[in-house]
Design a protein around this ligand. Sequence first.
Ligand code: F6P
Length: 342
Amino acid sequence: MRVGVLTGGGDCPGLNAVIRAIVRKGVQEYGYDFVGFRDGWRGPLEGDSVRLDIPAVRGILPRGGTVLGSSRTNPLKVEGGIRRIKDNLAKQEIDALVTIGGEDTLGVAARLSDEYGVPCVGVPKTIDNDLSATDYTFGFDTAVGIATEAIDRLHTTAESHMRVLVCEVMGRHAGWIALHSGLAGGANVILIPEQRFDLDQVCAWITSRFRASYAPIVVVAEGAMPKDGEMVLKDGSLDSFGHVRLSGVGEWLAKEIEKRTGKEARTTVLGHIQRGGTPSAFDRWLATRFGLHAVDCVHDGDFGTMVALRGTDIVRVPIAEATARLKTVDPALYTEAGVFFG
Ligand code: F6P
């Protein structure tokens, strides 16, 4: 049996842990050969691959990023893309393909598997934790840890200068990182894309925080939007997802806060720091278990399937179930956090 592995979409701490677990179990227990495709779907599209054996995965468990490289190439948008993938897989005698990715990468895997008979197994990844069908994705815990540490640090400098500090975290459509790091870091305002915010209310919370002689910390997800009026955030260009590029909610917010409250405000945008570096122990654990179970799916011929975490169990679900809709923050969870606002 010859198995292909690829990592697609934005990188995420834990990808190498998945690759290592797949190769270790596949070689040791099932005697498989592995081929790593480079840069997500670009690899099988162009027949660009490397040999993946035990020496190739030695020492990669704690390493961030992905040894296979990644891209947002979508073969469904490339002329003749599916035929080229099928040809290249046949040329390299690939019997199964393990695809490690988020919504876009897995969406392609679901279609290739369900409509074109390419035997794919999916492994969910995103720091945003917004994939349905799994309680958590690896990368999320690491991102929340990095954001929480940043918020802790922002508290002390905010207090020294009695300023507002706005911390912008990732999360274009879902506010999981903002909510979890905001709660863990003791933020005084948390703003998420799922609920449009009222700027007057935000300023009232900030003012009340100052009245109690504390400096407020605002955690805002990059996709959060105010209730009324369009923010001047969109420069009109499209990002690699084909979405209108968002930039600067944090900066915008700090300026508005200064204008409306008369208090000094500063912004920190965490950006890709949240995606870089070594995975947390939880993410290594989850990624490793996902890898072990993914190779079992291959062994069982269970294609079109994705591994997922439910409670502490790893289960199998149709890949399409994970990509059908985004998992956004439950309004009740956001309301629960509201007790700490202001
Ligand atoms: O999906 C993960 C993610 O990190 C989002 O939170 C963020 O909006 C996006 O990727 C950034 O993408 P890129 O690295 O292509 O700029």
